[in-house]
Design a protein around this ligand. Structure first.
Ligand code: 0X9
Ligand code: ZN
Length: 780
């Protein structure tokens, strides 16, 4: 056997052991050495198989059975795996044994790669062939940028943002129409497009080059393009990972993803799209240098991300940013590091739909959209999270064609159609940003109610404000009730683009209406909500009728008829963590909660629930307010823990949670909990939606293991019952004083059966109302 063959096999073996490892590397370099024995053609017989995994454990295992992972997903779902003929049988056998759906996505990887090289070779032989008819190496991309600048009549400039690890220039092009009357070039807002953070995603630079090409070449003839280039400075950086991209032009390295950092442990490459310094080091990024999603040693540890960070920071009026990738056909908005929706999610939902609609309108290709975390998979250290989270600029990842039929090796005849459909998305985004000058939104939402006499702060985000917002012009307009003039106050800048104002705490029973406004630098006033209507919040008083942090025992009871659980019975304790049980109670104060045996034991299965159910019933509590209160809503809130997704027969159980208004004689189900959150979950219910509130309420949690072998742990903490409403005044005739005339007015109403006389809020006018009226009358 030749030396190079041995190296090749050794390399393949090492790569195969690590999860999601970009292979290539050794084989390509070896194949280049002149005079050596011929080496096996890389990727001969390789296939791409899609296996849909259902658990994190299966995800972990499946990556070890592949040579190269094509989609670096961090959660369950379809995995696209490149496998050699040697590894294929083991993968299929395992998938069958696990009962996991699998299909052949690409039957012959090498044939695709050979066809791609042949297409490039033929295109290079032809003269005057369209630049977008084939793929181009980095040198040709850079040359083309220079040509575009030369053809732009001085409006476009090529720049070098900085140097890569191996010293290659990272080049881009920026352009905007010359000065126009009342519209000087120097003040224009900016939009930016970039790509090829991942070396093998060759369609990404093509789309970026198309954006620059069309905007420069059709400025004179296309009215839409002209309106965009007159309004914006457009910035395009087609290839960020220049070293990796150059490396993929060596045939055996075609499927390389990361940059070319020597990690010092025999492995190469940092995933640039896990290296950005916003929430760096979170979910969906690997700490293992040989992994394809290796995050690097620190946020911005790589020259390529440093260069791009500094360049983007130098754009003072940046409004929107798109990072192009392949493949999957997705328009992805922030965030990627968390499943929490970003403050501007409503705006992103609208723009995502606008862009995917534009894409569809060109060639009928369907791109899905949503926040990255859910629409593709969790990943931290990605560029849009930084651009949006740190710079406050609208940012996207777009995953280009296809959906796996050819993956990274998209046939060259799809370059132009892919570019055209995404150019429509780009135009629509630019047009929206141009036509909607200020974007207002409520990062904390709007309050459901206000508390009487208690002012409350409210936050407003004003985006797109840089150069657009007239300083000091953000105002909050409020009024008490639904008639009369609004009072307007200036909102203070809290930080960045967030402003803060105060909603008044008016009298109980009425509503506060409110709106926001801001002025543009051009003297236009923009309103939020944009319609004529205002937002409103009802005013009420808050009465707490039950509040139990479980730190002292208020009389909870364990056990009920039919309870036969043998282990894991409810107890009030400071829990010990297991894979299924929390280490801490839910509230920041105190340590105790109700838990199904708080001990951890030697394994998570030792003190979990076995053999049947264990029931926890609350002490008696009232859900009634003080007398003579007009109630608007009664709310029960609790924190609960539930875990049933481990052990054999996982997810076969549930925990019914019920409420009683008659001291436990009858029960109504609030929820049948199956949510394995691995966290305390705070739940709130409006009691009136289930039972009518009474003075004899109880709450019940039935935790149980009815299935076989599953681990069940449950917990309860911080139960709170709040009544919102208004205490009625004795001033029945509303003349401003509480006196004898009110008694007279009340009895007239009472005799007539007027609803106003229903002082005890029981739905009828009867004897009980007289008592409650006098309580309110005596109160004043
Ligand atoms: O994993 C990535 O970096 C992107 N996909 S790719 O196949 N081109 O590598 C997706 C990034 C989307 N963002 C997040 N999921 N946070
Ligand atoms: Zn990518």
């Amino acid at each position: 056997m030749s030396k190079s063959l041995i190296h090749w096999l050794a390399h393949r073996l090492v790569c195969g052991l690590a999860a999601c490892v970009g292979l290539a590397g050794g084989a390509g370099a070896m194949a280049q050495v002149a005079g050596e024995d011929p080496v096996p053609v890389p990727f001969a017989g390789d296939q791409v198989i899609r296996v849909t995994v259902q658990t994190q454990e299966q995800l972990r295992i499946v990556t070890t059975l592949a040579d190269n992972v094509w989609n670096c997903r961090s959660g369950v779902g379809p995995m696209d795996l490149q496998v050699s003929p040697q590894k294929l049988p083991a993968l299929i056998q395992w998938a069958d044994q696990q009962n996991l759906p699998h299909e052949v996505l690409i039957p012959d990887v090498k044939a695709l790669l050979d066809a791609e090289r042949e297409q490039i070779r033929i295109a290079n032989l032809q003269r005057n062939v369209d630049w977008f008819a084939t793929y181009h190496p980095i040198t040709e991309i850079n040359t083309r940028l220079d040509e575009l600048a030369a053809e732009s009549g001085g409006t476009a400039t090529v720049f070098t943002a900085g140097q890569s690890l191996e010293g290659r220039p990272i080049k881009g092009i920026r352009f905007s129409a010359p000065d126009l009357p009342g519209n000087p070039r120097a003040n224009r807002p900016q939009v930016m497009f970039e790509g090829a953070q991942h070396a093998r995603e060759w369609i990404s630079p093509c789309v970026n080059m198309w954006i620059a090409d069309r905007m420069i070449e059709t400025y004179a003839t296309d009215a839409r393009v002209r309106a965009v280039v007159d309004h914006f400075e457009v910035v395009v950086v087609p290839v960020i990972n220049v070293d990796g991209y150059a490396y993929t032009w060596i045939p055996a390295n075609r499927l390389w993803r990361k940059n070319r950092r020597n990690n010092g442990d025999g492995s190469f490459g940092v995933d640039l799209n896990r290296n950005w310094g916003y929430q760096w080091g979170g979910q969906g990024a690997s700490t293992a240098p040989n992994n394809d999603t290796y995050r690097g040693t620190a946020g911005f540890s790589e020259p390529e991300t440093q260069v791009m960070r500094d360049f983007i920071t130098s754009l003072p009026r940046l409004k929107a940013h798109i990072d192009f990738h392949s493949y999957s056909q997705l328009v992805l908005s922030p965030f990627g590091y968390t499943g929490s929706l970003c403050p501007d999610n409503a705006l992103f939902v609208m723009l995502n739909a606008n862009m995917t609609g534009g894409i569809f309108s060109i060639n009928g290709k369907l791109y899905n959209s949503g926040p990255s975390y859910t629409a593709i998979y969790p990943a931290s250290g990605v560029v849009p999270d930084w651009v949006y989270g740190d710079r406050g600029v609208l940012a996207w990842t777009i995953e280009l064609r296809d959906t796996g039929q050819t993956g990274f090796v998209l046939p060259a005849d799809q370059i132009v159609p892919t570019a055209m459909e995404n150019f429509e998305a780009v135009l629509r985004l630019c047009e929206y940003v141009r036509d909607n000058q200020l974007w207002m939104s409520l990062p904390d939402g709007s309050p459901e109610r206000l508390i009487a006499g208690t002012p409350r702060s409210i936050r407003l985000n004003v985006k797109n404000g840089e150069g657009m917002l007239l300083p000091g012009s953000v105002r909050l307009h409020t009024r008490e009730g639904s008639t009369g003039d609004f009072t307007s106050t200036a909102m203070a800048l809290e930080s960045g683009y967030t402003f803060i104002g105060m909603l008044p705490g008016a009298a109980c029973g009425i509503s506060v209406e409110y709106r926001f406004s801001a002025a543009t630098a051009h003297g236009e006033t923009i309103w939020f909500p944009s319609s004529q209507t205002a937002l409103n919040a009802p005013i009420s008083q808050r009465f707490v009728s039950f509040d139990d942090s479980m730190e002292t025992d208020l009389g909870w009871a364990v056990g009920a008829a039919g309870d036969i659980a043998t282990t894991g019975l409810w107890e009030r304790a400071d829990p010990q963590a297991t894979a299924a049980q929390p280490e801490n109670d839910a509230s920041p104060v105190g340590v105790l909660c109700w838990i199904t045996d708080g001990r951890s034991g030697s394994s998570s299965g030792q003190y979990d629930i076995d053999g049947g159910s264990t029931t926890l019933t609350s002490p008696l509590f009232s859900a009634l307010p003080p007398p003579a209160t007009r109630v608007s809503g009664t709310y029960l809130t609790y924190s609960r823990w539930y875990s049933n997704n481990t052990g054999t027969g996982a997810n076969s159980d549930s925990m019914p949670i019920s409420i009683s208004r008659d001291n436990g004689a009858t029960w109504v189900l609030l929820e049948d909990c199956t949510q394995n959150a691995a966290a305390w979950v705070r739940k709130q219910f409006r009691i009136q939606d289930f039972v009518s509130p009474s003075a004899s309420m109880r709450l019940r949690f039935v935790a149980r293991d009815l299935g076989t072998g599953s681990i069940v742990e449950a917990g309860v903490d911080d139960v709170l019952v709040e009544v919102f409403g208004c205490a009625r005044s004795g001033d029945f005739n509303q003349d401003g004083g509480v006196d004898g005339r009110d008694v007279e007015a009340f009895f007239l109403a009472w005799e007539a059966g007027e609803p106003d006389a229903d002082f005890d809020e029981n739905g009828g006018v009867d004897g009980g109302d007289i008592e409650e009226f006098f309580l309110a009358w005596e109160r004043g």
